[in-house]
Write a new protein. Structure first.
Length: 142
């Protein structure tokens, strides 16, 4: 079943703070991908920001760290570092964090596609400019 949070592309990250103690902070993480929803727990060490991604209690077994797509794993750790830095600065851990992130491979391929289109337009424009110059030169009296 498609959830309202399910993106058409990329991933939507939802992180809800579950517990804060003297040693660490625990977040329940839900990652909405176009084809699946992953759930895991994120534990952030309060002293140095080290992170551990674990299977969430009651979540499907595939949601463990090793089963996350590489780019999702990398972005989740970046979000955890952001939470840690903000907590160091503000003295409080965010209760909730929601972010969307595009699959970098999709961004890269779209960029290549756009670059290719721009280059094709530039070549096409140069041909048209060259044609106009050649035609104008032919029409001028000698």
């Amino acid at each position: 079943m498609v959830h309202a949070m399910t993106p058409s592309f990329g991933a939507r990250f939802e992180m809800l703070r579950q517990a804060v103690d003297a040693v660490s902070v625990m977040y329940a993480v839900t990652i909405y991908l176009p084809t699946q929803t992953l759930r895991c727990a994120l534990q952030v060490d309060r002293s140095d920001g080290r992170c551990q991604i674990r299977s969430a209690p009651g979540a499907d077994a595939y949601a463990a760290e090793r089963d996350l797509p590489a780019w999702v794993h990398k972005h989740l750790l970046a979000l955890a570092r952001q939470l840690f830095r903000e907590a160091q600065r503000d003295g409080e851990w965010l209760r909730r964090l929601m972010r969307w992130h595009e699959d970098p491979h999709a961004t890269e391929s779209r960029g290549q596609r756009l670059t290719g289109q721009s280059e094709a337009r530039a070549r096409s424009g140069a041909l048209h400019d060259g044609d106009a110059t050649a035609t104008a030169g032919a029409d001028e009296p000698a």
